[in-house]
Design a protein around this ligand. Structure first.
Ligand SMILES: Nc1ncnc2c1ncn2[C@@H]1O[C@H](COP(=O)(O)OP(=O)(O)O)[C@@H](O)[C@H]1O
Ligand SMILES: [Mg+2]
Length: 408
C-alpha cells in the first residue's frame, strides 16, 4: 500500500486510492477523507459509501463535529457510540439520512501540521472499533500524510518551474527586442562616423579624428553587445532553428580561416590550420558550427599579442567524436577564471586589467551552441601569458554499414 501512496503524484487519484484501500481493509459502511483548508475549514475530498454524492465537496466549519475536533487538536478519537458524544454534530447525518453509530477518526498530519482527517463509520459486521483499528488507521494516515505532502510539494515545484520558465522567456524576449531596436540607430551612427573618418565631408583636425575614433569604437562595442545578446536570447528561447546536415568540418575551418586571416595579418599573427585530412563528415547545423568556431578564433586573435600564433586543429577524438581546438600563444587564463568565462558577461581578470575590449558573451553563446549539438567545450591554459586552448567536441554520426538501408 505504501508503494501505491508514494508512486502516484496525481492528487485526486491518490486520495481516492488511499480511501478505497482503507475501506476494504477495515470493512466499514462509509468513510471519508476531509482536507483542511488554510482557513481551518474541512472539505470532504473523498467520500465512500452510499450517500457519497451528497457529501463530496461539502465544507464544514473549522471546529464543527468530531472531524473538526480531531483536525484542530491533532488527536484521534475512537467512538463506539457517536450519538452520545457531546462533540457529535448531527448535521451531516440529517443531510444524508444516514445513521452514524460508531466512528474512528484520525488526523492525517505531518510533523508540522494537520493536513486533514480520515473518518471511518460503522463496521459492516457491527462490531465496535478497537485499539488495533486505531493503530492501523493511524499508520495508514501517516503514510498518506507523507504522500499528500510530497504531492503538494511536487505541484508547488512544477508551478515554480513554470513561473521561472515564463520569466526567463520574457527576459529573453525583452533582450532580443531591445537588441534589435538598438541595432538600427547604431548602424546609422557607424555609417556617419565612417563617412567623417573617410574625410569625404571635409578635413578633420587630429583631435576631431581622435574623438571620432572614440565614437566609432564605442558604437562598435554596443553593436557587438547587441549582436551577442540577440544570439544568446535566441538560443535561450529555443527560437533558433537548427538544420541538420552532413558536411566536412574542414570546409568550415578553411572558410573561417579565410574570414579571419586579415585580422591575424594585421597583428602579424601566424595563423595555421591543422586539419586531419581523413576527417569524416559531421552531422549538425553548419551555421552554428561556423558561429562556434568564429567566436573561438576571434577570441584567440584578440587575446594574443602581435607576432603570436593561433592554430585551429580538428581530429577524431575517440571513436564517434570529433574534436576541434583553437590554440593561441596569448595572454592565457588564470585557473580561477576558467569556469567563469563561460558565464554571461564573465570576463577574465587579465583581459579586463589589460583593457582588451569585450562583452563576455561570445563564450556563453559558443557553449550553449556546442551543448545543443550534443557536444562539450573546455579550456586549458598553463597560466597567464602562456596561451590557451579551447576544445569542443561533437558526436560523429553512426557509420553506415553496407547492409543497412539508407534513410532519406
Ligand atoms: N583565447 C583566449 N585567451 C585568453 N582569454 C580568453 C580567450 N578567450 C576567451 N578568453 C577570456 O574569456 C572571456 C570571455 O570571452 P567571451 O565570452 O568571448 O567575451 P569577450 O570576447 O567579449 O571578452 C574573455 O573576456 C577573456 O577573459
Ligand atoms: Mg569573445
Amino acid at each position: 500500500m505504501t508503494a501505491a501512496f508514494t508512486s502516484t503524484l496525481d492528487f485526486p487519484v491518490l486520495l481516492r486510492l488511499v480511501m478505497e484501500q482503507v475501506k476494504d481493509l477495515m470493512k466499514v459502511e462509509a468513510g471519508s477523507l476531509l482536507l483542511r483548508e488554510e482557513t481551518g475549514e474541512l472539505t470532504f475530498a473523498v467520500v465512500l459509501g452510499e450517500k457519497r454524492e451528497l457529501l463530496q465537496g461539502l465544507r464544514i466549519a473549522a471546529e464543527e463535529g468530531i472531524a473538526g475536533w480531531v483536525a484542530s487538536t491533532g488527536e484521534a478519537l475512537v467512538l463506539p457510540d457517536v450519538r452520545k458524544h457531546p462533540l457529535f454534530s448531527s448535521r451531516v447525518d440529517a443531510l444524508t439520512r444516514f445513521e452514524t453509530r460508531s466512528m474512528l477518526c484520525v488526523p492525517v498530519k505531518t510533523e508540522e501540521k494537520v493536513l486533514g482527517v480520515i473518518q471511518l463509520i460503522n463496521r459492516t459486521d457491527q462490531t465496535p472499533f478497537g485499539e488495533g483499528d486505531l493503530a492501523l488507521l493511524s499508520a495508514i494516515a501517516n503514510h498518506a500524510a507523507t504522500a499528500l505532502e510530497n504531492a503538494r510539494l511536487h505541484d508547488q515545484l512544477l508551478q515554480t518551474n513554470q513561473q521561472l520558465l515564463e520569466a526567463n522567456h520574457h527576459k529573453s524576449k525583452f533582450l532580443s527586442q531591445l537588441s534589435q531596436e538598438v541595432r538600427t540607430p547604431l548602424t546609422g551612427i557607424l555609417g556617419y562616423a565612417e563617412l567623417l573618418q573617410d574625410k569625404r565631408v571635409g578635413p578633420l583636425s587630429a583631435r576631431q579624428q581622435q574623438y571620432l575614433q572614440n565614437i566609432y569604437g564605442s558604437a562598435q562595442h554596443i553593436l557587438k553587445l547587441a549582436n551577442d545578446l540577440l544570439e544568446l536570447a535566441e538560443v535561450d528561447t529555443d527560437r533558433k532553428i537548427f538544420y541538420s546536415e552532413e558536411f566536412s568540418p574542414l570546409i568550415v575551418l578553411e572558410e573561417v580561416n579565410a574570414l579571419m586571416a586579415p585580422q591575424a595579418t594585421n597583428k602579424e599573427i601566424k595563423f595555421t590550420l591543422d586539419g586531419e585530412p581523413q576527417l569524416p563528415p559531421i552531422r549538425c547545423d553548419i551555421h552554428q558550427f561556423r558561429q562556434i568556431l568564429l567566436n573561438l578564433v576571434s577570441n584567440a586573435i584578440k587575446f594574443t599579442p602581435a607576432k603570436g600564433e593561433v592554430t585551429v586543429a580538428a581530429r577524431v577524438w575517440d571513436p564517434g567524436t570529433v574534436a576541434v581546438s583553437v590554440s593561441d600563444t596569448g595572454i592565457g587564463i588564470r585557473p580561477e577564471d576558467r569556469e567563469r568565462i563561460f558565464d554571461p558577461f564573465g570576463r577574465g581578470e587579465n583581459a579586463v586589467a589589460r583593457r582588451i575590449p569585450g562583452v563576455g558573451l561570445g563564450l556563453t553563446v559558443a557553449k550553449r551552441l556546442v551543448e545543443l549539438q550534443g557536444g562539450e567545450i573546455r579550456v586549458e591554459s598553463e597560466g597567464e601569458d602562456r596561451g590557451s586552448t579551447f576544445t569542443f567536441t561533437l558526436p560523429l554520426p553512426p557509420p553506415r554499414s553496407g547492409s543497412q538501408p539508407v534513410c532519406a
